[in-house]
Ligand binder design. Structure first.
Ligand code: C2E
Ligand code: CA
Ligand code: CA
Ligand code: CA
Length: 278
């Protein structure tokens, strides 16, 4: 679809026509989901492989549809991205995550954990993202160093020049930036140096590759990241043996069901309160 001013997509969307009315219905439902409080955020721990300590959390969106129950983000995020809904949804994620982080701290005192929030390409192309984030950090009095944004390669690809400028500005505030899903698609090494990422997240497909080249691949990707002074998070680690191997190869962090499933804000608060008693 043609992009008009303000990055609004025109109402004619062939993708929806071919996918039938189900998508349209979901889009209509999604439009109301924020007001109806059907959307929420859950938080999955990102742990240091060296000692198993929680370093931060990835914020993941959940939709509890009144009739269909839980709809996974792999289904509703693409719908939001094809409509004008991704911006409000994206701001909802940022706002909830920042507010929840500050709320956890009210119960623990200052704690050294970050929250990582996923960004979509339409958000990155929005002229308001930067000022919205600044306003949010001001309002919640959240230290930008505690916020990490996760972007995939395709998100920055959409408009590399605009992305580079915006990411540089965000980085300057103290926000950290992670390149998500590394090792899928065409992962070009150029992205590692052209954009101010400080972390790369190895996709679970790469982490769990069972071919005999797996170790070689992991080893070189990790050593390259470290050479560029970037931290490495491995996603979807399935066994203690794999965690140990990754740690030996120099991978700093892991995020997978093995280390903890995503949990609601209150569960995280309890977990943090135990670990960091006032
Ligand atoms: P992602 O950013 O790569 O997030 C990691 C996904 O892997 C999450 O799925 C998480 O629950 C899942 N996961 C964690 N540990 C394991 C594991 O050990 N094994 C396996 N197989 N999976 C694991 P989830 O929550 O279903 O999210 C799917 C995708 O939806 C995310 O992939 C992200 O691309 C998108 N998404 C989720 N929340 C948001 C959001 O707030 N904004 C945006 N723009 N996208 C989001
Ligand atoms: Ca992510
Ligand atoms: Ca990922
Ligand atoms: Ca993904």
């Amino acid at each position: 679809a043609k992009r008009a001013g303000g990055n609004r997509v025109e109402p004619f969307r062939p993708a929806f026509r071919t996918a039938g009315t189900d998508r349209l219905q979901l889009e209509t439902d999604l439009r109301r989901a924020i007001e109806r409080k059907e959307l929420s955020m859950v938080y999955q721990p990102i742990v240091r492989l060296a000692d198993g300590e929680v370093a931060g959390f990835e914020a993941l969106m959940r939709w509890d549809h009144p009739k269909r129950g839980n709809i996974p983000p792999s289904e509703f995020i693409p719908i939001a991205e094809m409509s004008d809904l991704i911006e409000p949804l994206g701001m909802f994620a940022l706002e909830r995550a920042t507010t929840d982080l500050m709320e956890w701290e009210r119960h623990t005192g200052e704690i050294p954990v970050f929250v990582a929030v996923n960004l979509s390409s339409a958000q990155l192309l929005s002229s308001e993202l930067y000022s919205d984030i600044r306003a949010l950090l001001g309002k919640t009095r959240c230290d930008p160093h505690r916020i990490r944004l996760e972007l995939t390669e395709s998100v920055v690809m959409e408009n590399p020049e605009q992305a580079r400028l915006l990411l540089a500005k965000l980085k300057e505030t103290g926000i950290s930036l992670a390149l998500d899903d590394f090792g899928t698609g065409y992962s070009s090494l150029a992205y590692l140096t052209r954009f101010p990422f400080d972390t790369i997240k190895l996709d679970k497909a790469l982490v769990n590759d069972r071919s005999d080249k797996r170790s070689v691949l992991l080893k070189s990707v990790i050593s390259m990241a470290r050479g560029l002074e970037m931290q490495v998070v491995a996603e979807g680690i399935e066994s203690d043996a794999d965690a140990e191997e990754l740690a030996k190869l120099g991978c700093d962090f892991g995020q997978s069901y093995l280390f903890g499933a995503p949990l609601g804000s209150e569960s995280i608060q309890r977990l943090l309160k135990e670990r960091f008693p006032l």
